[in-house]
Design a protein around this ligand. Structure first.
Ligand code: PEP
Ligand code: MG
Length: 534
């Protein structure tokens, strides 16, 4: 019998597929057998995990294949499990023995002087959990294309590991429409419902994720399936019509030209997307650089240069690492902060790791030799952070000069996400500004972006938040500085009229939403409206 569970729509559209549950390891129990049985159980789990990773590696190339190869090599190295087998012989259950052995190994990697070793710790944590999943009988995390992931919550890295090109959706017990993983889902047009509460565990069999209505339907009837199919078709038609005009500029009814740039989280986001349909890259998130790449200047340089070459002369705004908050990077971000959103995040963390920050700044300055790169700092609160980053950028360019490597010093701009900075914007010296409405809203409205219980408070249209945006648009543009907005509100048709009335003339949105954003802009008539007063 069909039944529905209500949550919050986080990414529009409908997806029908088999529920693929990902249970958190903390939620399952396991009964241990004799030492002999436990030894066999661990041996089998290690072999199963290695086989699963090998299968995954066969479908990957480049960095991903290299990372998976490292994981298989580790699993095949008998020394890795030696300590666990000794503990099992002494009577410890296999899962405890394996977790303890791997935790010790991870601690060793984290304490290493060599940053490459430290970066490998997240790969080891992944191996630990994969083997534990097999021990607990939970299987691999990899899902079949077209399935619906159902879970308590999902890490951005888990989302990115899935091939969404053949469809599929996500239904989460926790999560929030403004979380990072929800942003990724919208960018890739993967229907997502969050905040379902504990009843997410009852999702099984065929389910329909309705991201428009914010609900998940279990065992959908033939009538529901037909209606879903119809809506998908209507959605495709509207998308096709908007796509038709995607290459045309976005101009309001009264003739005001609005720049529409794109947000990307990696080079795969621009594959197949024509640079002519946008005004450049307004936000390149670089948190995908987890692992080895954090300390690998050549690899970063290659990735940044790929963005610059794709943009073909259009501005490319690349944000330095915004690790922390909803974007943890294992082995780098601080664990166990009481409130990670108010902790060592973004530029605060980068300035505490000047060597690692220097790697990124050098790679960015080198890519700037190929085209108009702009460096953007996340989570800025004070002028001295911008000044410190500027000095490190000077140092980076001096090092490149000494090494005889081609480079340029890019403009240094900031995200406006912290309300105190937004209020003080007239006195802040930075080359350009981009409003991060996701964080600005959560900090101004005191509503965590990952907490579904307060998502109604996290409203960019709140007069107080809009007032801050209008203030930044007006006072930030003094001296000809460009002011843009790159949070999710920029691609939300309900918010676009208010953002333009607040004075913004530049928005940056996920590639998949450029066409719809331009259509929403074309429907606005600014001559009819009074400007929003700060
Ligand atoms: C924002 O905060 O609005 C933003 C664009 O940054 P992120 O979502 O990556 O934190
Ligand atoms: Mg942000």
């Amino acid at each position: 019998m069909e039944r529905a569970i209500s949550g919050l729509g986080a990414a529009a559209g409908v997806a029908v597929g088999a529920a693929w549950p990902i249970h958190p390891l903390s939620a399952v129990a396991r009964t241990a057998g004799s030492p002999g049985n436990e030894r066999t159980a661990l041996t089998d789990a290690i072999q199963a995990a290695a086989a699963a990773i090998n299968a995954l590696a066969a479908a990957q190339a480049g960095e991903a294949a290299e990372m998976l190869g490292f994981q298989v090599a580790m699993l095949e190295d008998e020394a890795l499990a030696e300590g666990a087998f000794a503990a099992i012989a002494a009577g410890m259950p296999a899962h405890q023995a394996w977790a303890a052995a791997l935790d010790a190994e991870i601690a060793g990697y984290l304490a290493a002087d060599d940053p490459h070793f430290r970066a490998r710790s997240s790969d080891l944590a992944d191996i630990r959990d994969r083997v534990l999943r097999h021990l607990f009988g939970l299987g691999a995390v990899a899902i079949r294309s077209g399935d619906v992931i159902v879970a308590e919550d999902l890490q951005p890295s888990q989302f990115l590991a899935v091939d969404w090109s053949k469809g599929g959706g996500v239904a989460l017990g926790a999560g929030s429409p403004t979380s990072h993983v929800a942003t990724l889902a919208r960018a890739r047009s993967v229907p997502m419902v969050v905040g379902l509460g504990p009843s997410w565990t009852t999702l099984s069999g065929i389910v329909a994720v309705d991201g428009d209505a914010g609900r998940v339907i279990i065992a959908p009837s033939a009538a529901t399936l037909a209606e879903t199919e119809q809506r998908s078709a209507a959605r495709k038609t509207a998308t096709r019509q908007a796509e038709h005009r995607r290459l045309e500029p976005a101009v309001t009814r009264d003739g005001t030209r609005i720049a529409v740039s794109i947000n990307v989280s990696g080079v795969e986001d621009i594959a197949g997307f024509a640079a002519e349909s946008c005004d450049g890259i307004g936000l390149a998130r670089t948190e995908f650089l987890a692992g080895d790449a954090l300390d690998d200047e050549e690899r970063q340089f290659g990735l940044y240069r790929a963005l610059v070459r794709w943009a073909d002369g259009r501005p490319v705004t690349i944000r330095t690492l915004d690790a922390g908050g909803d974007k943890p990077i294992p082995g780098y971000t601080v664990e166990d902060e009481s409130n990670p959103f108010l902790g060592l995040r973004g530029i605060r963390l980068s300035l505490r790791h000047p060597d690692r920050f220097g790697v990124q700044l050098r790679a960015l300055a080198r890519a700037a030799a190929d085209g108009p790169v702009r460096i953007m700092l996340p989570m800025v609160t004070r002028q001295d952070e911008i000044d410190a980053a500027g000095r490190l950028l000077d140092q980076a360019t001096a090092e490149l000069q000494a090494a005889g490597l081609a480079h340029a010093r890019p403009p240094l701009g900031i995200m406006v996400e912290v309300p105190a900075l937004a209020f003080a914007i007239g006195d802040i010296r930075a080359d350009f500004l981009s409003i991060g409405s996701n964080d600005l809203t959560q900090y101004a409205a005191a509503a965590a972006r990952d907490n579904p219980a307060v998502s109604a408070y996290a409203d960019t249209l709140h007069p107080g938040v809009l007032g801050l945006i209008a203030h930044v648009a007006r006072h930030g543009s003094a001296g000809g500085r460009s002011v843009s907005l790159c949070g999710d509100a920029g691609a939300d048709p309900r918010s676009i009229p208010a953002l333009l009335r607040a004075g913004l003339r530049s928005l940056s949105v996920p590639p998949g939403l450029v066409a719809a954003t331009k259509e929403a802009i074309r429907a606005v008539d600014l001559s009819e409206e009074r400007g929003h007063e700060p």
